[in-house]
Design a protein around this ligand. Structure first.
Ligand SMILES: [Mg+2]
Length: 316
């Protein structure tokens, strides 16, 4: 359990860093000159191993959850420390953040709102900004019964992303994480996760209309689709589909995150979200040592992940 949790978080962060230099590059350009290694510079002109908002918010979540019991206000404030003070950034500066996330955290820091009421609620607030950081919550709450588990995941998403579509997307991903922790058969895990999601959401009128947006996942058709059907914009549906699709095309963490990044556009987030799934199942041993070693603040990250994995693995 400890190894699975630690590997999942670690591969997510490596997937983010692998995608940063080519973020926003279209797929047809990457098909001519694909990413094969952990690169430096490129899109944001940062050295090799630089990770972005996805990892910053994952690390903030680990830190907050390790302070004691789950406290949504503490989590919201920790995100504010990141975006306004550069906490858990590679070098003290935030270079990549989404508008919905910024506005929500601004409502906490400068508007005095509770983290329970801060998230964006409009249809335009369905970027992948909460999906990219939901992994630690899914790991932390995985032993809760399904209904309670989904409620906690929704709360954590809603700090920044509160529209039902974002809540359902985070719910489906987190259920898949929960099921993969229980059993390493990914087909079975997806089947169970989608059944649970359909049972939960179709019984709730506020979520039921959103299910149509997730039908390619819920119908179990997604893994069989050709690459040309897979989109990788910053929209939560695209990121969730692309990540699950990559996870089903490959049998290793290395291949999963490389293929996720080479799908183009929101490369770092697709890499992080797919990496979380791959790390759970395939571990981190096939990731080249120099990729791991290149990560900014590597030692601090490894220590935090280790503490979190130990804490979660030891909880009943
Ligand atoms: Mg990013």
């Amino acid at each position: 359990m400890h190894t699975k949790i630690a590997s999942s978080l670690h591969v997510a962060i490596i997937g983010d860093a692998l995608g940063v230099p080519v973020e926003s590059t279209p797929r047809h350009e990457l098909s001519l000159c694909s990413v094969k290694n952990m690169l430096g510079y490129g899109r944001y002109d940062h050295p090799q191993g630089t990770w972005s908002d996805d990892s910053s918010m994952i690390l903030c979540t680990l830190e907050s959850l390790l302070r004691g019991t789950y406290d949504i206000e503490d989590l919201g404030n920790t995100f504010c420390q990141w975006i306004f003070e550069g906490h858990w950034t590679p070098d003290g500066y935030v270079f990549d953040s989404g508008l919905t996330t910024f506005l929500a955290l601004d409502r906490i820091r400068n508007g005095g709102l509770s983290a329970r009421n801060s998230g964006g609620t409009s249809e335009e607030d369905n970027g992948n900004g909460s999906l990219m950081r939901i992994l630690p919550a899914a790991l932390y709450f995985h032993r809760l019964p399904t209904g309670e588990f989904i409620e906690r995941i929704h709360e954590v998403s809603a700090i920044t992303h509160s529209h039902p579509r974002s809540l359902v997307g985070c719910g489906i991903y987190s259920l898949l994480v929960k099921e993969l922790l229980a059993d390493g058969n990914k087909k079975e895990a997806l089947r169970r996760a989608t059944t649970e999601a359909l049972d939960f959401y179709s019984a709730r009128p506020e979520f039921k209309p959103e299910l149509s947006h997730y039908m390619r996942i819920l119908s179990l058709d997604l893994p069989q689709l050709p690459e040309s059907e897979i989109n990788t914009s910053g929209y939560i549906i695209d990121t969730l589909e692309a990540s699950i699709w990559c996870f089903f095309q490959h049998e290793s963490s290395y291949d999963t995150i490389l293929s996720a990044v080479n799908l183009g556009l929101d490369t770092d987030t697709t890499g992080a979200v797919a990496g979380g799934l791959a790390g759970l199942l395939y571990g981190i041993d096939d990731i080249p040592a120099d990729w791991r070693n290149s990560l900014a603040r590597k030692d601090e990250i490894e220590m935090l992940i280790d503490r979190f994995a130990k804490h979660v693995a030891s909880r009943q």
